[in-house]
Ligand binder design. Structure first.
Ligand code: CP
Length: 315
């Protein structure tokens, strides 16, 4: 097994294989229920989470494995000053795979370097969130039958929104995506992510500040929360947090087939009335997140899904 710190750690065929596996898992829940019998997952979450931690854990439980870990480091020896490396050297003795979330960029890589078992990045600061991207890709795939040849708007906090960085990075590898980057000038996409698009001849991007004037062009709109926890200054957060609020009035200008994605949690940026619109895809993303984590955990461990014909692209 190997660690997954960014989706660059997987080839495009490996990502496509995970998409296939997740579909198989969804329709063969009973058959796959013993895939990871005897395995143990550790979830080491140094930062709040609802979906990511619970879906990593549910995924392992539904595959027949077991779970240990901490949610918030307050009750662990991190409070006594233990380093990430020492924590991982310890936990590696107990488990077969680790999922780690940490507020510092690069923490998952430090963890993987120290660990003796595969480490999966469950979000490292404002940097990357690769398993969210797997959920996003599965959702695009189910809505459009493809993840590229699309015009995708990404809207909100493009500076600190790690899900956006992982998604752009990965979509560039699939190619043929037109990105419309919608943010206030204070929350623009970081240069390292822009460089990724620039290095991909089949992809293009525009940076704009107004959602209404571009919404009609979009196949998918990826809304994001303004990441309060990454701001240095509360006044800046309060000034920027409600810049974009997607409601039914704004959606009237959008294509009837447009998909609205959001990694969640949301605060104000999507009005609750949108939840009943057939274009709302964000709770499908939640379900896809669990299925993709089942596919990833079993693959990282080299555990075969009963009845599934494995390809020669093991992780
Ligand atoms: N999408 C996501 O990462 O949600 P949580 O922060 O609740 O895990």
């Amino acid at each position: 097994g190997k660690s997954v710190i960014t989706l660059d750690d997987l080839s495009v065929p490996q990502i496509q294989e995970l998409l296939h596996k997740a579909q198989y898992i969804d329709s063969h829940r009973k058959e796959v229920a013993h895939t990871c019998d005897g395995r143990v997952l550790a979830t080491l979450f140094y930062e709040p989470s609802t979906r990511t931690r619970l879906s990593f854990e549910t995924a392992m439980l539904r595959l027949g494995g077991k779970v240990i870990g901490f949610a918030g480091a307050q009750l662990s020896s991190v409070t006594k000053g233990e380093s990430i490396s020492d924590t991982l050297k310890t936990v590696s003795n107990y488990v077969d795979v680790v999922a780690i979330r940490h507020p510092k960029e690069g923490a998952a890589l430090v963890a993987a370097d120290a660990a003796g078992v595969p480490v999966i990045n469950a979000g490292d600061g404002g940097h990357m969130h690769p398993t969210q991207t797997l959920a996003d890709l599965a959702t695009l795939q189910s809505r459009f039958g493809r993840v590229n040849n699309l015009t995708i708007g990404l809207c909100g906090d493009l500076t600190f929104g790690r899900t956006v960085h992982s998604l752009i990075e990965t979509l560039c590898r699939f190619g043929n995506v037109r990105f419309i980057l919608i943010s206030p000038k204070e929350l623009k996409t970081p240069q390292y992510v822009i460089n990724r698009i620039k290095a991909t001849p089949s992809c293009s991007y525009e940076e704009v500040t107004d959602l209404s004037s571009v919404i009609g062009d979009l196949d998918a709109l990826y809304m994001t929360r303004v990441q309060k926890e990454r701001f240095f200054n509360e006044d800046d957060y309060l000034r920027l947090r409600d810049t974009y609020i997607l409601d039914e009035a704004k959606l009237r200008k959008a294509k009837p087939t447009m998909a609205v994605l959001h990694p969640l949690p949301r605060v104000n940026e999507i009005a609750v009335e949108v939840d009943n619109d057939p274009r709302a895809a964000y709770f499908e993303q939640v379900k896809n997140g669990m299925l993709m984590r089942m596919a990833l955990e079993s693959s990282v461990l080299g555990d075969q899904l009963a009845g599934y014909e494995e390809k020669e692209i093991t992780l």
